[in-house]
Design a protein around this ligand. Structure first.
Ligand SMILES: Cc1cc2nc3c(=O)[nH]c(=O)nc-3n(C[C@H](O)[C@H](O)[C@H](O)COP(=O)(O)OP(=O)(O)OC[C@H]3O[C@@H](n4cnc5c(N)ncnc54)[C@H](O)[C@@H]3O)c2cc1C
Length: 480
């Protein structure tokens, strides 16, 4: 009896050793087996879109996501009383390829305002209550200023068209070396007020100073505002709904949460991706034909690559810069809405050009508390992000800024909630670099079986996340 018992134990131990040498994972599936045709690192808009397109093309895809959250920088917070506000992505510009998926999945969209917003300039509010961008401009620029503006905007449209030319015209490529601010000041012919308008409207997009980005990238950004501009779209019920709906479409079982990818090994025949489960710290190897790294480029620094990333790719990552965002949700008494209501109309969003950043309106029931969503950008965001132990100080800074702008607002504030992002929340390219240069192009090429996607490979907006997903999926589908 005892001998029989020992034989069973011996056999179990032997099976366990065999299983571990075969990397038997906890759920019993053999890790040597290919997990899917394609592994995707990151369940942000880029990774989700890539999985969606691959599945439509008949390929299997599994996403490994390090956090417990689906959507990456798409996050919607809800509050008691059915209020909600965006923590991350606020609007999908109408030319965003992600909208195609959103429409295919019948996710309802709304668009309440245009590309330009009301703004404060020298402590005076210029409310946007007009029917068009041009009418809005005419409300604060005189005839001569308007003429110069229209001429400059026309030139910007032409320069933007040339951005698509391959190779980039030499005089355009040279604009990489000059800041957007200096270029506008020296060549635009815009009045000082019009120049400030351009700065105030565009800086929240790249989340840093216009002195810190190249003119080449400024031209790309201005495209959102040229002429009547592009319409910003928002998902009814919160942008998070879009991420959830794409996750449902690709199948939740194909998204493995809490899996921090630490190593990507590529061979002639396939890829091996090692991930650490963040709950139990088990390491597991996943295998596929290809892998898509759909994460911000600076996050690639946390992953070991075999073979190593090429020198130009490393240089591209190290020399890219980033803009900072900090979000604050401010719950106020419903009566506070008088501060942002002009002629019975909400004039939000407002570009505050100060520590309040862009003041958006969250969703709340009529007659209930109101919710504002502050998208704080650039140096103010950097300061708030660095003050991790000082919520009272941040609250006081914001209340003081509100009170200066809207005397009598302070006592109506009931609650504030802060959300931080990585110091490089948004891709940007410093003077001397550009999204159009050869280093950026290097990252848009696969390295063997490893493809690079995510907004940081293309754009400061989620347009880049969505279009990079299409690029890498097309690249993979072309492989035999
Ligand atoms: C506050 C804020 C406001 C914004 N507003 C707008 C806007 O109005 N309009 C707009 O177009 N864009 C906006 N953006 C930008 C937009 O959110 C992003 O461009 C887009 O969401 C990026 O998607 P992505 O998939 O490329 O990256 P992410 O959303 O960052 O997704 C990457 C995912 O990869 C995961 N990950 C990272 N490293 C690893 C690893 N080693 N292993 C496993 N998983 C990993 C991350 O957890 C994350 O979930 C905003 C961004 C912020 C922060």
């Amino acid at each position: 009896m005892t001998q029989h018992f020992f034989r069973i134990i011996q056999r179990l131990i032997w099976l366990a050793v065999l299983a571990s040498s075969l990397c038997l994972p906890v759920n019993g599936a053999y890790a040597q087996d290919q997990t899917a045709d394609v592994l995707i690192v990151g369940a942000g808009l880029s990774g989700l879109s890539a999985a969606y397109h691959l599945q439509k093309a008949g390929k299997t895809a599994v996403i490994l996501e390090m956090s417990p959250h689906i959507g990456g920088r798409i996050r919607t917070a809800s509050y008691p009383g059915d209020s909600q506000a965006e923590i991350g992505l606020e609007e999908f510009w109408e030319n965003n390829p992600a909208l195609e998926i959103i429409r295919e999945l019948n996710i309802p969209l709304e668009s309440a305002y245009t590309s330009f917003s009301s703004f404060y300039y020298q402590d005076k509010l210029y409310p946007f209550t007009h029917d068009s961008n041009l009418e809005f401009l005419e409300s604060f620029l005189d005839g001569g200023e308007m003429k110069a503006y229209k001429k400059w905007d026309k030139k910007m449209v032409e320069l933007h068209r040339q951005l698509a030319e391959v190779p980039l015209p030499e005089q355009l490529a040279a604009l990489k070396e000059v800041s957007f601010a200096d270029w506008i000041k020296s060549t635009s012919g815009l009045s000082a007020k019009a120049q400030e308008f351009v700065r105030i409207q565009t800086e929240p997009e790249y989340a840093t100073s216009w002195h810190k980005i190249s003119a080449l990238d400024g031209i790309a950004e201005w495209h959102l505002f040229s002429g009547e501009g592009l319409a910003p779209m928002h998902v009814v019920g919160g942008n998070q709904r879009a991420a959830e709906a794409i996750a449902d479409a690709i199948g939740r079982q194909n998204i493995r949460l809490n899996q921090l990818v630490t190593h990507i090994k590529s061979t002639d025949t396939g890829v091996e991706v090692t991930a650490t489960d963040q709950a139990g710290f088990q390491n597991r190897v996943f295998r596929a034909q290809y892998v898509i790294a759909a994460i911000p480029l600076f996050r690639l620094n946390d992953i070991q690559f075999t073979p190593e990333l090429s020198a130009d790719r490393k240089q591209a990552i190290q020399t890219q810069s980033g803009g900072a965002y900090f979000t604050a949700h401010v719950i106020t008494d419903g009566k506070a809405s008088r501060f942002w209501t002009h002629e019975d109309e909400s004039v939000l969003p407002i570009m505050s050009d100060g520590p309040l950043g862009v003041i958006y309106e969250g969703k709340s029931e009529a007659g209930q508390d109101a919710i504002l969503n502050l998208l704080v950008c650039g140096t103010h965001a950097e300061r708030f992000n660095a003050r991790v132990n000082a919520p009272d100080e941040i609250r006081e800074s914001l209340l003081a800024a509100f009170e200066k702008q809207w005397p009598g607002f302070r006592p109506l504030v009931k609650q504030m909630t802060f959300y931080r992002y990585h110091p490089r929340a948004i891709a940007s390219w410093p003077v001397g670099r550009s999204r159009f240069d050869s280093l950026s192009k290097a990252l848009r090429q696969p390295q063997g079986r490893v493809y690079f996607a995510g907004d940081f490979t293309e754009d400061t907006h989620s347009n880049g996340a969505a279009s990079s997903a299409i690029r890498v999926v097309e690249g993979i589908l072309q492989q035999k």
